[in-house]
Design a protein around this ligand. Structure first.
Ligand code: PA5
Length: 446
């Protein structure tokens, strides 16, 4: 069993001739991706990764995870964007959104360097006080301000606590193989290092050491994660959309977008999936949103957000379609027992599992939203296991690449992310940005 696309609730929103009409574009995108000769073709390392990953490094990741689990109460994972979201998404989906509050034999994991909030930084500093900790600093470029600053802070605390030599044995650097400030620092200080290959961009890197080391530290089975991704690699090789749900998804979202549905809302009826929706937002937002084009990736956790966004989805402007992850079995169900007094009038829900209530919420909502004019693509997922998650990650990555090529953009660059970074460097007075600084300050003060 693996992820399956259910298009039952698209009836009336997409006509058969529209599907026929998009097939040449799917075939062209498939050819470009397979032949690796499209824009960004030098960033396709993720495509064969589930088969061609570095097995020696994979074994080192597992060893490092064992060491961290044995000598640390806390693991600080420092990174932002593609160097942050995937690891957190997988850990929360597999273990729990309340992972750090669980009774467990694995370390607490705090993600830092993904914002510039002094409050958050102070909170983490006090949370590690008196506890043994390790650091996994993750940055492909090795120069991104947010993680670099957080690393300076926690490296300082660590060196003070353990001394420089012992601290170096608790720091794991995931970065470029040859370049960057972090690589230089790791070599100089002797940190154990893991590589983010040149041909794998940040948002496509969750199945490299970027995601795998933190995920392994949380006690998750990274072999099964890779095995699920490998299964997806085989399943989504053919161009024929009747045999390839990944391409079918890319086709449907493209058709809906061309019909004015400019917002895709990824939703799941599972709290622990929330960070996966954040990962999806980055993957699709940075890949498609350029050259004045692209679907806006939004996300929701149901039924929570049915009480906030539900009104708009049901009844607001016709600019949204939903892609709903329907997780068939929860990790652990909750039995609702009977209350003879029935003072709350809820006995109609007695003696059944909570997952049944969730399933009815899903069905009721799909019917209501489609009646209200919002198309729904359903992705049926048997469960949130390592195997299924690996499969799903590859599904979304490949669908993203195919969608991007159909849209006519380079899905593998992110020129827009650089603009704010340059402005911030200039305003902070980083050497080399003097001209920009003057012109930005003139705009601010003008
Ligand atoms: O997907 C991307 O390329 C970005 O989101 C990066 O991952 C993010 O900007 C962090 O970059 P780096 O890993 O170089 O610190």
């Amino acid at each position: 069993m693996a992820l399956k696309l259910n298009d039952k609730y698209l009836k009336g929103f997409i006509r058969p001739n529209e599907i026929q009409g998009i097939l040449p574009a799917i075939e062209a995108a498939h050819k470009t991706l397979s032949e690796k000769n499209g824009p960004g073709g030098e960033f396709l390392g993720w495509l064969d990764l589930p088969e061609n990953y570095d097995k020696k490094e994979f074994a080192r990741i597992k060893q490092a995870a064992e060491k961290i689990k044995s000598d640390s109460d806390v693991l600080l994972v420092i990174g932002i964007g593609g160097s942050y979201l995937g690891a957190r998404a997988v850990i929360e989906a597999l273990r729990s959104s309340l992972y750090n509050s669980l009774k467990k034999s694995t370390p607490d994991i705090y993600f830092v360097g993904n914002s510039i909030s002094p409050t958050y930084l102070n909170e983490i500093v006090s949370l590690i006080e008196g506890r043994d900790f390790s650091i996994n600093i993750i940055s492909k470029s090795g120069t991104t301000t947010e993680p670099a600053l957080a690393f300076r802070v926690f490296r300082g605390i660590m060196e003070k606590k353990y001394g420089e030599k012992a601290a170096a044995e608790r720091i794991y650097a995931t970065t470029d193989a040859k370049r960057g400030t972090l690589k230089e620092l790791a070599d100089k200080k002797g940190y154990e290092s893991f590589v983010i290959a040149d041909d794998v961009g940040g948002r496509f890197s969750v199945l490299t050491a970027v995601g795998l080391l933190p995920v392994a530290c949380a006690g998750c089975d990274i072999d099964a994660l890779m095995s699920g991704a490998k299964q997806a690699l085989y399943d989504f090789k053919v161009a024929d959309i009747t045999k390839n749900d990944c391409y079918k998804y890319a086709a449907y979202r493209t058709i809906l977008s061309r019909k004015g549905r400019k917002i895709e809302m990824l939703a799941a009826y599972e709290n622990s999936f929330t960070m996966m929706t954040e990962w999806y937002k980055q993957l699709y937002g940075e890949s498609e949103g350029k050259d004045g084009k692209g679907l806006f990736p939004a996300a929701a956790t149901f039924s929570t957000d049915l009480h906030s966004l539900g009104q708009f989805i049901q009844d607001g402007s016709n600019i949204i379609f939903e892609t709903v992850i329907n997780i068939k079995s929860p990790q652990k169900d909750f039995f609702l027992s009977d209350d003879p007094e029935n003072g709350d009038g809820l006995n109609f829900l007695s003696n059944q599992n909570m997952s049944i209530v969730n399933e009815k919420a899903f069905l009721g909502t799909v019917l209501a939203h489609t009646d209200g004019g919002t198309p729904n693509i359903i992705l049926e997922v048997p469960e949130l296991s390592e195997q299924e998650l690996g499969y799903m990650i590859y599904f979304f990555e490949k669908a993203c690449a195919i969608s991007g090529y159909m849209l006519g953009v380079n899905p593998f660059d992110q020129p827009g992310v650089e603009s704010y970074k340059r402005n911030m460097f200039a305003l902070l007075g980083k050497p080399g940005y003097e001209t920009e600084k003057a012109s930005l300050e003139a705009k601010i003060n003008g």
